[in-house]
Design a protein around this ligand. Sequence first.
Ligand code: 4AD
Ligand code: MG
Length: 478
Amino acid sequence: MFNKRIKIKQLLSQEPDSQEVTVMGWVRSFRNNQFIALNDGSTNNNLQIVAELGKFNEALLKRITTSVSLKVTGLAIPSLGKGQKLEVKANTIEILGDSDAEKYPLQPKKHSLEFLREIAHLRFRTNTFGAVFRVRHALAYAVHHFFNDKGFVYLHTPVITASDAEGAGEMFRVTTLPAGNPPRTEDGSINYKEDFFGRATNLTVSGQLEGELGATALGEIYTFGPTFRAENSNTPRHLAEFWMIEPEMAFCDLEDNINLAEEFIKYIIRYAIEHNREDLEFLAQRLADEEKQLPQDKRSELGLLEKLDFVLNNNFERITYTQAIAILLQSPAYKKKKFQYEVKWGIDMQSEHERYLVEKHFKKPVIVTDYPLGIKAFYMRQNDDGKTVAAMDILAPGIGEIVGGSQREERLDKLEQRMKEMHVPAEELWWYLDTRRFGTVPHAGFGLGFERMVQFVTGMSNIRDAIAFPRTPGSAEF
Ligand code: 4AD
Ligand code: MG
């Protein structure tokens, strides 16, 4: 009977009433042949189990080492020890699974995040990753909460697709053709007509295009699923497989879109603070300790929780791309030639530029709108100036771009002309263009990179520590 167990989180929230309880978990430490710190993943707080001296046989006690799994029944009594009001005086201790202490890679000491990445199958058992993944869960739950309350429909867009939604050509091919000797056409290229789907297919880079199909009938939809990019970016903010949330709204313009994005981000942060305060306090302390290693000027001005509170209590700054470039050109950093990349109107801002705006100039999240036409995707709505599009990016301190979105080009002629200019094959996207043919409407949407959001809320500086099993160039272990 496993369902008789009580989770440690729940038990620790109760008054010690000397009733018998059953708990199960993994041993974190065993002191003085008497005190077991047991963790079951429901909270970072360990439960103290007291194995009274003389009550249990020596052979059993010898087997209790770090990471052994136990079933314990005993009485929930007031604790005399520091830091806990309740402990369990064991009546029975059953070992569910032994563990070889010599071989177990996680010792009760501090390990580097790099090392823990190499043992990602075990890192859930550390306090840091326990907290990160509980917070990640809370954020995911909050996403559904937010959109459900607003009447959005959760749409599952396909993972395998024949179209490149972003037109950036960073897709992973999906094929069942033999790698060494694929069938060829007369001109020598691979004959995808003989492939599984009868055409060339890829893993999706974004569910947006299909999302637009849903929104232009259901009104408001959102997706929340894995997306894939074969960009060879080895940075602390890029994954080859990441989760994205993409709401898409009919009868919506750029400003409505921005307002929703800001409200959404604040909502999910608030949800995590309200439901995972202990985990966030732990992560805040971890970050503070980590930053103590850094020189003073590299440390954050605000602690993690203060930063989150600040974000909740202040409006995001809203500027146009043109204003952003003007600020950069006026900046001391530019004048002192501190930027590695060129600054002029028309550039795709590099992360050094975005960070300057967010971390040095405004010191808060910044929403940049109306980017040059030439650096954005084909589907963005063209502004009347003929030079810019109704795009928006949200830049977050320490992260950079966390959201990318736009109002969509709903005018068929303008869209077709832009697709032609950008060599986007209109024949293949006939179904997308149909939404503009049959009752087109102003509509808009955005994509939030979920792992970047997790990074922002947990304070983890590397995106590989915000997802359970990161996929990055050269790495797909586990
Ligand atoms: O700016 P992106 O490329 O926008 C789109 O995909 C649009 N279709 C969204 C939309 O309008 N529906 O990506 C959106 C967000 C980025 O702002 C970033 O947070 C995240 O996705 N992102 C990545 N996160 C981790 N690793 C990567 N390689 C990422 N690429 C984008
Ligand atoms: Mg983007």
